[in-house]
Design a protein around this ligand. Structure first.
Ligand code: SF4
Length: 422
């Protein structure tokens, strides 16, 4: 029996794609192994967001080769590979995107039958459900949109059926994708696809009228009421009235947690980034309104530092905005030039030491805000879902994205329980 090892770099969309592959391999009779050294072949799902991530990928592939394990590389870095990945010793095939039949064929398995929905998310106690892929925007720093192509939304009935299957094993389902706020809003599906398209392709949507994320959420909440849904990263200005109403009125069904990429608090930098759909003021108005209406709100943001042309005044604008808004955590990333993107051509690069100093300042601010939020919530009863084990304890995640730990890791109680934030 073929022994296959899987490894994923990158975001929740990639993790979901790996799960679909893992299920397809098992359905075709392969054994999935946790130890790479016991494998006949490794399937590595790659990410292209940062240059560091790609360097880590190549070093991981070389390690597998030294252990005499051949690899098939799939995912975003594979989709835009210029031959560098294909040239790493031990790489048997490079398959762009999440093309399940192509990955099966690359290891000598003839694909049979269609692709059923994901039945269980084996990599995590919570499940991810990918509702769309791709993005119609062109942020000047983003290589993901080059690798994943145009926005393609999965049909609502297919997503409901998959959510029902996942609900048999998971108390929480996180809706994920590349740009989920544009769910159902294709602006010409198929017009800009990645070089080698995956199985969940845009033609599926041409027979289903486009709908909105709010409509999808309402349908999922009604059809799968036992589950708590959570949104993964969503643009603040794409949270419409429907989504807001669910957040406020159905807190057991849609977690009070928004992770809204900010990237910069300077409108000048946002314009240079190509993020034309919001300004700092519009972003602030949207999240402030949500925070006013919700008794507790986990609010996170991605913030990029050192984007070409970012001045110290731009950086101060970002700091000032973040100080003012009710963030409960931040993800701070230094800018990384990616091949094929427009940002490197803008010039005015920020010295690395300056970018590091700005990142440190923002991370310190994010940590202080996280500490203050947790202190303010201490003693509150919260809606918890078991999400893993850590250091001999059970980790439970609250609706507003706070980890709470229970004393024993031998937990045979419910997957969902009320906890006290400590
Ligand atoms: S919105 Fe911008 S950063 Fe996000 S996937 Fe689309 S192009 Fe990339």
């Amino acid at each position: 029996m073929l022994q296959v090892y899987f490894h994923t770099f990158g975001c929740k969309a990639n993790q979901y794609d790996t799960e679909v592959l893992r299920q397809a391999f098992a359905d075709h009779g392969a054994a999935i192994v946790d130890d790479a050294l016991a494998a006949d072949v490794a399937v590595v799902n790659s990410c292209t967001v940062t240059a560091t991530g790609e360097a880590k990928l190549r070093s991981f592939l070389r390690r597998l080769d030294r252990a005499h394990v051949e690899t098939v590389v799939m995912g975003c870095a594979a989709a835009v590979d210029d031959g560098t990945i294909a040239g790493v010793p031990g790489v048997r095939a490079v398959v762009g995107g999440a093309d399940v039949p192509a990955v099966l064929r690359a290891v000598g398995i003839a694909p049979r039958g269609g692709l059923p929905g994901l039945r269980r998310f084996s990599a995590n106690a919570r499940a991810w459900l990918k509702i769309q892929d791709g993005c119609d925007e062109h942020c000047t720093f983003c290589a993901t949109t080059l690798a994943r192509g145009a926005n393609r939304s999965r049909p609502i009935p297919e997503l409901v059926a998959e959510a029902r299957m996942l609900a048999r094993h998971h108390a929480e389902i996180v809706l994920t994708g590349v740009h989920i706020g544009t769910y159902g809003g294709e602006t010409g599906a198929g017009s800009r696809e990645p070089e080698r398209r995956g199985p969940r392709s845009p033609e599926r949507t041409t027979h289903h009228p486009p709908r909105s994320l709010g409509q999808l959420l309402e349908t999922l909440v009604a059809a799968v009421p036992a589950v708590r849904f959570r949104l993964s990263s969503i643009e603040a200005t794409e949270i419409d009235e429907r989504i807001e109403r669910l957040l406020v009125e159905a807190p057991r069904h849609l977690a009070a947690h928004i992770h809204a990429p900010l990237q910069s608090g300077s409108d000048r930098v946002l314009r240079r980034m190509g993020r034309h759909w919001y300004t700092a003021a519009r972003y602030a108005a949207r999240v402030e309104r949500l925070a006013q209406r919700l008794p507790a709100l986990g609010l996170g943001a991605d913030v990029m530092v050192g984007f070409p042309g970012e001045t110290s005044a731009d950086h101060r604008a970002t700091l000032t905005l973040i100080e003012r808004l009710p963030f409960t955590y931040l993800h701070v990333f230094p800018y990384s030039a990616r091949p094929g993107t427009a940002a490197p051509r803008l010039g005015e690069s920020v010295p690395a030491a300056e970018a590091r100093a700005r990142a440190a300042e923002l991370r310190a601010l994010g940590a202080a805000k996280a500490t203050a939020y947790r202190a303010a919530q201490r003693g509150r009863r919260a809606d918890g879902v078991v999400c893993g084990r850590q250091g001999g304890r059970v980790e439970v995640l609250t609706e507003d994205y706070l980890p709470v730990y229970l004393g024993s890791d031998r937990w045979d109680g419910p997957q969902r329980l009320d906890v006290t934030v400590d």
